[in-house]
Design a binder for this molecule. Structure first.
Ligand code: E4P
Length: 227
């Protein structure tokens, strides 16, 4: 079996999804109510449906309810958007109950708003397919978010949980390098972070120099006829 660090895009923006999907970089998508609220141009339900159609990999769609029956109903409805839907459930006691029921029905879940390895452990035991530690938000309050990822990956390695650690709330490319070194299964990236990972000033300088030097060669003087 080949292990790769999967890259999900953390966005509901269709243009960004198409752009990076065309480069073969999008293994999946995570959305949340905040991300959907930023897409003023369309009905959130339609946007979610379009994302599920565009991307072959897992697409996390989040429930709004915070009690068991509501989460269950929403989860079942969202799962009908497509086979690749993963229902995003908040880390709440009622949420874990919903995770267990959905798991028994064959519906995958991603437990979101994880801020400790113990929360991740419990979500995995309930039957979540993904746990999402929010590392950037921990960094924001003076805790090292990546420590939660490190501990969770170490715990999962000791046992046979069928659950992936999905590193969320990623703020910069160094977070991705750290997640890769730890061996997390997935990182979900805002499109801007993926863009930053791709570029380097020395690449731009190097290319400009190559093109400039090419103009000095004989080949550059040749007239090319295109039909
Ligand atoms: C993950 O699934 C969340 O959508 C996301 O990573 C939250 O990130 P933020 O802390 O930048 O809002």
């Amino acid at each position: 079996m080949v292990f790769v660090l999967k890259i999900f895009l953390d966005t509901a923006n269709l243009d960004s999804i198409k752009k990076y999907n065309d480069m073969g970089l999008v293994d999946g998508i995570t959305t949340n109510p905040t991300l959907l609220s930023k897409e003023n141009s369309g009905d959130p339900e339609e946007i979610m449906g379009e994302i599920v159609r565009l991307v072959h990999g897992p697409v996390s769609l989040e429930v709004i309810s915070t009690e068991y029956e509501g989460m269950l109903g929403e989860g079942r409805r969202l799962s009908k958007f497509g086979k690749n839907v993963v229902v995003k459930i908040p880390m709440l006691p009622e949420g874990l109950k919903a995770v267990r029921t959905l798991h028994n029905e064959g519906i995958k879940t991603n437990v979101t708003l994880i801020f400790s390895a113990n929360q991740a452990l419990l979500a995995a035991k309930s039957g979540a397919s993904y746990v999402s530690p929010f590392i950037g938000r921990l960094d924001d309050v003076g805790q090292v978010g990546m420590d939660v990822v490190r501990d969770t990956v170490a715990i999962f390695k000791n046992y046979s949980f069928d659950c992936e650690v999905l590193v969320a709330s990623v703020r910069h490319p160094l977070h991705v390098i750290e997640a890769g070194k730890i061996g997390a299964g997935v990182v979900t990236l805002p499109p801007e972070v993926l863009g930053k990972m791709m570029s380097h000033p020395l690449t731009d300088i190097g290319l400009a120099r190559f093109l400039e030097d090419w103009k000095k060669t004989k080949s550059s003087q040749k007239v090319t006829v295109s039909r």
